[in-house]
Design a protein around this ligand. Structure first.
Ligand code: ATP
Ligand code: MG
Length: 319
């Protein structure tokens, strides 16, 4: 049976891209797929970070997931650091990872070249990500392009470990999400909307006037025709895709960017209003949300413990 993992880093507020590209597919699949929603707080420590902010965002992301419709009975919402087996397996996997193999990761090269001090955890991040996947016997991981190489590493490490030390891990498959579910930055439509990149972002908790202004400011072009052309009209194409993803509708006026933006604003608002309202309800009782996180952790932990026990034994550690 399929076991699916979707991870979120508490590095910023969840945005429309996270909803359409990750949360909504997760929610749609939860009736018939065993999924885990992982809030990867340890991964948020690999770059310069503010402790207060990471703590607040971890709770906020959990609350937004519940508000968006993640049912924790079907899809446990797991805070990575609350399952110590992730870090234990991380170390064990480091012992089958080459230094050069980690140093070759494109994301490490890019982020470490950006200047400033580089944390060792940035280098070993993909190994921890492999541990996140392998510790739960995950079979399917939806990955965007930026995580492709990391998923390949997870597969390599699992296969290598199994062949050297005996059958221990399930080798996961990468699942390519629908390209149309990729939301681009509104101000810079050639890069994806991100929590920590770009400026044209729609936060899932942004109030209506902020959403309206973000859409109004979205870059378009001088063609004055509403059509999908990712090469030449990336901004307009993104707005058309967002409209379709949010409402299932096509633009009604092929000649007006103003009309397109009004339709996008309405469609986004229709999608976000109930999430905002439910978030406000959950946010009244953070203790309840924390209890859900504790219950989720308790539910998934036995499998993590069993996986680590197999790995320890395979490697020759005394039990
Ligand atoms: P960061 O900029 O810190 O990497 P992010 O916005 O990319 O943040 P992640 O926590 O890395 O968010 O990813 C959470 C999930 O959301 C992943 O499944 C990722 O593939 C998906 N996702 C992120 N951005 C988009 C986007 N613009 N469109 C569709 N899906 C996205
Ligand atoms: Mg990302």
């Amino acid at each position: 049976p399929t076991r699916r993992l979707t991870g979120f880093k508490p590095t910023g507020h969840l945005h429309l891209g996270n909803l359409l590209g990750a949360l909504r597919p997760l929610i749609a699949a939860q009736a018939d797929t065993a999924s885990i929603a992982l809030i990867a707080d340890l991964h948020a420590l690999t770059m310069d970070h503010d402790p207060q902010r990471v703590r607040a965002l971890t709770l906020e992301q959990a609350t937004v997931m519940l508000a968006a419709g993640v049912d924790p009975e079907r899809t446990p919402i797991v805070v990575q650091s609350q399952i110590p087996e992730h870090t234990e397996l991380h170390y064990l996997l480091e012992c089958v990872t080459g230094f050069g193999e980690a140093a070759r990761m494109i994301q490490f090269k890019e982020k470490s070249a950006a200047g400033g001090p580089v944390r060792l955890s940035l280098l070993t991040y993909p190994v921890l990500m492999a541990a996140d996947i392998l510790v739960q016997d995950i079979t399917a991981v939806p990955v965007g392009e930026d995580q492709n190489q990391h998923l390949e590493l997870a597969r390599t490490l699992a296969t290598r470990f199994n062949s050297r030390y005996g059958e221990t891990f399930t080798v996961p498959q990468g699942v390519r999400p629908d390209a149309a579910a990729r939301v681009m930055d509104l101000a810079e439509p050639t890069i994806k909307m991100g929590k920590s990149t770009g400026t044209g972002r729609i936060g899932l908790l942004d109030p209506p006037d902020v959403v309206r202004r973000a859409v109004a400011r979205a870059v378009t072009d001088e063609f004055a025709v509403v059509r999908r052309d990712r090469e030449r009209q990336p901004g307009v194409t993104n707005l058309i895709d967002v409209l379709a993803a949010c409402s299932g509708r096509q633009p009604s006026d092929p000649g007006s960017y103003g009309a397109l933006k009004r339709e996008v604003t309405d469609a986004v608002e229709t999608l976000l209003a109930p999430i905002r309202a439910r978030h406000a309800e959950f946010a009244v009782d953070p203790g309840h949300v924390r209890q859900i996180l504790a219950d989720s952790a308790a539910r998934v932990r036995p499998r993590a413990v069993a996986t680590v026990r197999r790995a320890r034994s395979a490697l020759g550690l005394l039990d």
